[in-house]
Design a protein around this ligand. Structure first.
Ligand code: FE2
Length: 309
């Protein structure tokens, strides 16, 4: 492109317009002003860089309108779009600093829904996948970063089946399938039985799918289980466990994989009475280490019993 941008009639923005808009940002809340001002600066810079045609700009606005219209109680296309652009992970990264040893957080994704309370060891798999899938026992502890067990912690678990589908996407699965709310015992332990989840494509029939196709990006997420763990006096943690060996670990469509969250399922060719597994199965162990509320980078944070969850 040629031209200095200083000549009258070129249509180039010398910044006067964005300064005029910024001059109108003067609401009662300083943080809101800061956020809106940054948005204005970046959006004006975006327009100055790409110089969209009016047709392109209208197509962009239409894309956002159609994204909103796709959202329902069971589907959030904006979350999916945020995930596909790496923005959810970027926001996660700036909000979850913590001490050495903590379990890293990872994106929630669009498929969380209320889970039925379960007893220790329950099967969470009650659909047709129970016959098809690889029987798997998942167990571990919820701990402070210093290793102290946390009894009474809540583990909210959700996963896809052996075909990569959630109950909310699949009429063959009963409601609440492959979901569970568990409470840790006196030693901070939790455990349950399930089937090994499969990798899956994110929904591609909406605007997020349009974007992926447009940029030549595959829609696959590596096989995983989702966790949301809460305990009194600790920072709630939303994270994943990823299964080692999955071909999409290095190219997760949601950019959510962290090395500390990858576990190798251990094949157990024989039954094991301890886990109520009569035949061959796999075993996954995953401990979760939570960060005390009030933790600061200088390491002064400690648990505050009875503090908010
Ligand atoms: Fe998922």
């Amino acid at each position: 492109m040629t031209g200095t941008g200083e000549q009258a009639g070129t249509g180039a923005d010398d910044g006067a317009l964005s300064r005029r808009v910024l001059g109108q940002v003067a609401g009662p809340d300083p943080r809101t002003n800061e956020i809106v001002a940054a948005l204005v600066r970046h959006l004006h810079a975006f327009v100055a860089e790409i110089r969209p045609t009016e047709r392109e700009w209208a197509a962009g606005l239409d894309f956002l309108v159609r994204t909103g219209r796709l959202c329902t109680a069971e589907r959030d296309e904006f979350i999916l779009l945020s995930d596909m652009l790496g923005l959810t992970t970027a926001v996660d990264d700036v909000n979850h600093a913590g001490p050495a040893g903590m379990t890293p957080s990872s994106v929630e994704g669009p498929f969380h829904s209320p889970a039925p309370p379960r007893a220790p060891g329950d099967w969470i798999s009650a659909g047709p996948e129970r016959e098809r899938g690889v029987a798997t026992v998942v167990h571990g502890r919820v701990l402070d970063c210093d290793g102290t067990p946390l009894p009474g912690a809540t583990v909210d678990l959700w996963q896809a089946d052996d075909a990569g589908r959630y109950d909310t996407q699949d009429r063959e699965q009963p409601a609440g399938n492959l979901r569970g709310l568990f409470t840790t015992d006196a030693a901070g332990r939790y455990w349950f039985r399930t089937v090994r989840p499969a990798s899956y494509p994110v929904p591609t029939d909406g605007t997020a799918g349009e974007l992926l196709r447009a940029i030549g990006r595959h829609p696959m997420r590596p096989a995983h289980l989702h966790y949301r763990v809460t305990a009194a006096g600790y920072r709630p943690l939303t994270t994943h466990v990823f299964l080692a060996g999955d071909p999409y670990l290095d190219s997760d469509a949601a950019y959510a994989v962290k090395d500390e969250l990858v576990r190798a399922p251990v094949p157990r060719p024989k039954g094991d009475e301890r886990w109520g597994m009569p035949g061959p199965h796999e075993e996954i162990e995953f401990d979760v280490r939570l960060v005390p509320l009030g933790w600061t980078p200088d390491g002064e944070g400690r648990p505050r019993p009875g503090a908010g969850r």
